[in-house]
Design a protein around this ligand. Structure first.
Ligand SMILES: [Zn+2]
Length: 108
């Protein structure tokens, strides 16, 4: 895991973005925020489990399905199964130790 703080690599309206093995944050304070760091680490695990590239295909595809379903960009984003899993468990700092393989499918 390599954490980089660089304002212009993070999409507008987002605090962080993870592209294995990198985590990009717009704000240097987020680098030491255990919750957001855990959120991004959950995405690292999801990406590894899907051999990285297919994760982004699935993520993008599901985003459009959710957009069609909710007709709201923000809601679509929060309801992508990868985000549901990450948001629901970001406060549990031991989550990745007990999480089972491909656990994101439970959030579909
Ligand atoms: Zn996320």
């Amino acid at each position: 895991m390599i954490v980089i703080v660089f304002k212009y690599l993070t999409p507008k309206g987002f605090r962080g973005i993870t592209i294995f093995p990198f985590i990009f944050f717009a704000d240097k304070d987020d680098k030491v925020d255990a919750t957001i760091l855990n959120h991004e680490k959950i995405h690292l695990r999801q990406q590894l489990e899907l051999l990285i590239f297919p994760f982004f295909i699935w993520y993008g595809f599901e985003y459009f399905i959710r957009l069609f379903q909710y007709r709201d960009r923000r809601k679509a984003y929060y309801n992508i199964s990868f985000e549901r899993e990450a948001y629901k468990n970001e406060n549990d700092l031991n989550y990745l130790k007990k999480r089972s393989f491909w656990n994101f499918v439970k959030y579909y």
